[in-house]
Ligand binder design. Structure first.
Ligand code: ATP
Length: 242
């Protein structure tokens, strides 16, 4: 590993009972780059995120961030170390406003003062197209706005590593293009991103490289073009037989 790598995984393994859902997975993510994660349903992609965010403990292997091991640190510690994530099913504090939802990670994870957090929260809401909803109760937002809020909450904690779990599904073409441009802006500010996404054209528009999982094992890794031409990826992910 070199100091150009923000995140490194070595032999990462997770079992549920007798089933190994993340199987000896090794990869590096260079700083400031976007790594796309692909794989069929049940391949272990979200479980991989849960291991990185600390929502689940691994059965084996090692993860390091910024050159130091992420051992048994709980999720809130990992947030404070700069890991932010979205969940497939948005998890806002439903009774708080959109703005208040952002104040929590800005103050608790990014450790900002109330005044700085407030300014940052407003900027993130604007970036994510939610400024007009700042004072709306999160639980009353539409699904699209809850998805935007999910991303905004992750950004409000000022992550250096951002884990995006299927944020493009169900968007119109224009909304998808807006999302791609937002992810690019975030990357251009120096944030390193891992993005699980089935909406391939959105992912391919941003990803610097792609890693493919199948039954928990890494089956391919490389540039988007190379990976999409890989015959095993075409077979397991796109159902194309050679
Ligand atoms: N807490 C759990 N207990 C038992 N099995 C689990 C648990 N979480 C996930 N699994 C199983 O682990 C496997 C991998 O699930 P995971 O959600 O990581 O897949 P995925 O690649 O993210 O799928 P999708 O694209 O459908 O979101 C699946 O077979 C799933 O049923």
């Amino acid at each position: 590993m070199t100091d150009q790598m923000l995140l490194s995984a070595r032999g990462l393994t997770k079992r549920f009972g007798a089933v190994t859902v993340v199987d000896d997975v090794t990869f590096d993510v260079p700083r400031g780059k976007v790594l796309g994660i692909l794989g069929p349903n049940g391949a272990g992609k979200t479980t991989l995120f849960n291991l990185i965010s600390g929502d689940l403990a691994a059965n084996g292997g090692e993860l390091s961030l910024d050159g130091s091991l992420l051992s048994a640190e709980p999720p809130y510690k990992r947030c404070q170390r700069g890991i932010g994530r979205t969940y497939q099913v948005p998890q806002p504090f439903g009774d708080m406003t959109a703005f208040e939802n952002l104040m929590v990670p800005a103050m608790m994870s990014a450790k900002m003062s109330e005044a700085d957090a407030s300014e940052h929260a407003a900027e993130v809401l604007r970036d994510c197209g939610l400024l007009a909803r700042a004072n709306n109760r999160a639980g009353g937002l539409t699904l699209l706005d809850r998805k935007r809020l999910e991303l905004a909450r992750a950004l409000a904690g000022k992550p250096k590593l951002l884990l995006l779990d299927e944020i493009a599904g169900g968007l119109t073409e224009a909304e998808g293009a807006e999302l791609v441009s937002l992810v690019r802006r975030v990357r251009d500010r120096g944030v390193t991103i891992l993005w699980i996404e089935h909406v391939l054209h959105a992912l391919m528009a941003v990803a610097d490289s792609v890693l493919v999982l199948n039954f928990g094992k890494k089956i391919a890794e490389g540039s988007p073009d190379t990976v999409m031409q890989n015959s095993e990826v075409q077979r397991v992910y796109m159902g194309i037989e050679a």
